[in-house]
Design a protein around this ligand. Structure first.
Ligand code: ATP
Ligand code: MG
Length: 216
């Protein structure tokens, strides 16, 4: 078993089996005890009906309740600061000490948008980045992301975990073509999202009338 803090950040609006399956595969592949899911605090502006950060956290809690390899992490939702990735990474580094590897897991879609993230060039000072394939998103990096990837990429988990931070690893995993957008749309249109999300998350959506869910 390897010692590292591995996490996946996201809106999780709502969490779905694409997130959960990815997190579990990464946990098994890196041979670490747990992967943490960290919902962001900031409400994302959307046209469709959304929900609060507390509700998004509650759905992640419900989704991982019976899976010991996954945990929900409330640090961004309960923070009084905005959800900047760099702040989260700095907080984690402070908490875990200089030697513990920290791995941030993200889908290819998110990875390709990194140059738009606040102070993104500093992320690798604090953590590694693990990129996972996602249907519909091929690795077609622009010049910036090509250079960044070439400079930091390694190809095996042993090299990655031999250092606390600084590398990029691209993992070809079994991708599930599920998105939260698709889940919200189904619920809004009056269809069941069953089998795309865990049943407890679907129950929570129904109980709280999220995404425009109504009984009639
Ligand atoms: P939305 O459709 O609202 O954008 P989403 O399904 O993309 O939601 P996010 O919360 O935006 O979910 O994603 C959080 C992280 O999970 C991102 O790094 C994203 O790339 C990754 N991710 C989301 N869906 C999948 C999936 N099906 N397979 C692998 N990674 C995924
Ligand atoms: Mg997304």
């Amino acid at each position: 078993m390897n010692h590292a803090f591995v996490f996946m950040g996201g809106t999780f609006d709502p969490v779905h089996n694409g997130h959960l399956r990815t997190a579990l595969e990464i946990q098994q592949w890196l041979d670490v005890p747990q992967v943490s899911l960290i919902p962001s605090k900031q409400p994302v502006h959307r046209d469709a009906p959304g929900c609060t950060s507390e509700q998004r956290l509650a759905m992640v809690d419900a989704a991982v309740a019976d899976e010991p390899s996954l945990r929900a992490d409330a640090r961004e939702v309960t923070s009084d600061k905005p959800s900047y990735t760099l702040l989260t990474l700095q907080g984690l580094r402070e908490e875990l000490g200089a030697a513990t590897p920290i791995c941030m897991v993200m889908g290819m879609d998110a990875y390709l948008t990194l140059p738009g993230w606040h102070q993104w060039l500093e992320f690798l000072d604090y953590a590694h980045i693990i990129v996972v394939a996602r249907p519909g998103y091929h690795f077609e990096p622009d010049e910036t992301m090509q250079g960044f990837t070439r400079a930091h990429r390694v190809n095996d988990t042993a090299t990655l975990l031999s250092k606390p931070a600084g590398h990029v690893l691209i993992h070809e995993m079994t991708p599930l073509g599920i998105s939260a957008t698709q889940v919200r749309q189904l619920v809004t249109d009056g269809y069941s999202p069953r089998y795309l999300i865990p049943d407890p998350v679907w129950a929570y959506i129904q109980d709280n009338n999220l995404y425009g869910y109504t009984t009639n």
